[in-house]
Design a protein around this ligand. Sequence first.
Ligand code: TEU
Ligand code: CA
Length: 544
Amino acid sequence: MANSSTKKWWKNSIVYQIYPRSFCDSNGDGIGDIPGITSKLHYLKNLGVDILWLSPVYETPGYDNGYDISDYKKINPEFGTMEDMERLISRAKRLGIKIIMDLVINHTSDEHEWFKKAVAGDEKYKAYYYFSDGKDGKRPNNWSSFFGGKAWSKAENGQYYLHLFSKKQPDLNWHNPDVYEEVIDIMKFWLDKGIAGFRCDAINIIYKDSLKDGKRRLSLIGREHYLNTDGCHEILKRFNSDVWSKYKTFIVGEASLVTPDAAKLLSDESREELDTLFFFEHMEVDNRGIKWLKKKYRPSKLIRILDKWQNVLEVPTNYLENHDHIRSVNHYGNTQKYWEKSAKLLCGLNLTLRGIPFIYEGEEIGMTNGDFRGLRDIKDIESHNINQSMKKMLLLHSIRRRIILRTTRDNARTPVQWDDTENAGFTTGEPWIKINSNKSYINVKAEEEDNNSILNFYKQIIDFRKKSSALLDGSYRRIASPNDVFIYTRESSDERLYIYCNLTGNNKAVEFYGDKIVFGNYGEDERKDIYLKPYEFRIVASNI
Ligand code: TEU
Ligand code: CA
């Protein structure tokens, strides 16, 4: 087993996701940057983080905040220089923190050299993308884009090109061996600089089986032609044997629309593809078909989904928020009366399930959705595209406003609140996106000074976890989930823990398992009462 545990050096890590644009600005231009990240390494070390995942820091025109890359080997000048990046890697290393980068290879920016050459008529580079004259002047097929609207646009050469995201993000043609070679080279470039792995963006959709029309459906027409294709599996295996295994990387894939069976095929160790992946089902718990249409959130459904996925992946990922979704305390908690209790409960849940916990910047202080005044405050390209689509459907401004403000990705992209000063200690200049006015009480400085804060709860539970064999390596089993309370055990050969999560704002009657409450968001005592308070989280140890 020694072999497999060194191979999985990342298995007991805690990962922290940084969205660089919103993390910390070092030079007063209102945009977070790499020196800003470096200046907070001690904060992250202190929190107990082992791995940092950086959302893209490469050169980009910035239409999708860096998920549209124009040069994979350069740093976005807004974020700093290559020297800044190298300094970040080496400072982090000194503190024992590893860094993984976002690898966006489904598409490039349309301002990438490759695409520009392609449009100018260079045949080599035309073959990097999907160009087509279309059918009788119409689009080549009926596919729709993830960001609303159609998946084909016309380039300046008069031809259509495929883009599963915005028209600023043309899809690469993974049938072309040259594309493979380019990406291998990019990966090595960064791994040689000391990067520990990648979070592979939209990885399960990169390989298109065919360009035939898709089945008609509510969203993502065409998906059956590119989701989890054999070609994609083939590429992942080759990445693994050509690069990843040689550098002993940690690779986590982002796999939208993935089912448990597909997830196993992408990440079972024996298949040598991804180490693990992000599934989306719990994020979609309150979707009505598409994310813009919501239904009532039901904790029992969340419990069912999380429980199911605990048993699917060899090493699951646990995450409750990221840069693409609303804040978890808005989603699954309560931002009013139980803001603090519910943020702590979600922390407890995320850090005691089996697998690797991912914490998204600001989650550790209980940051909430943006308090945007209107659509004019929204920066996100997806939100703007959806607004345009809804306009075409003649939806009223007030309706569009409500739909977008509720779900926009910008909710999680407001700057990290470091203190209660005018710009929350994020910048000395004009922030690129509105800072939440609740910085007055939700901020790192205030929470560092308060022993009972959400931030200190994170630190304590991370500490607890690092010493607990049951949480690190133990099995997981659901005991019961009466009345929206999630109860499960984590058990190793010498430790058994019962975890209670009351996912509601009401008192709940439960059975008491175990012997002694050792951790909780209502304090620790030997209460054996059968009532859980609103959003109560408890760890109960049991003698074995
Ligand atoms: O997201 C890919 C993805 O699968 C989308 O469904 C995503 O959930 C999106 O937010 C739809 O609402 C990745 C990145 O995480 C995202 O930030 C990028 O915009 C996207 O790829 C394109 O690179
Ligand atoms: Ca800056």
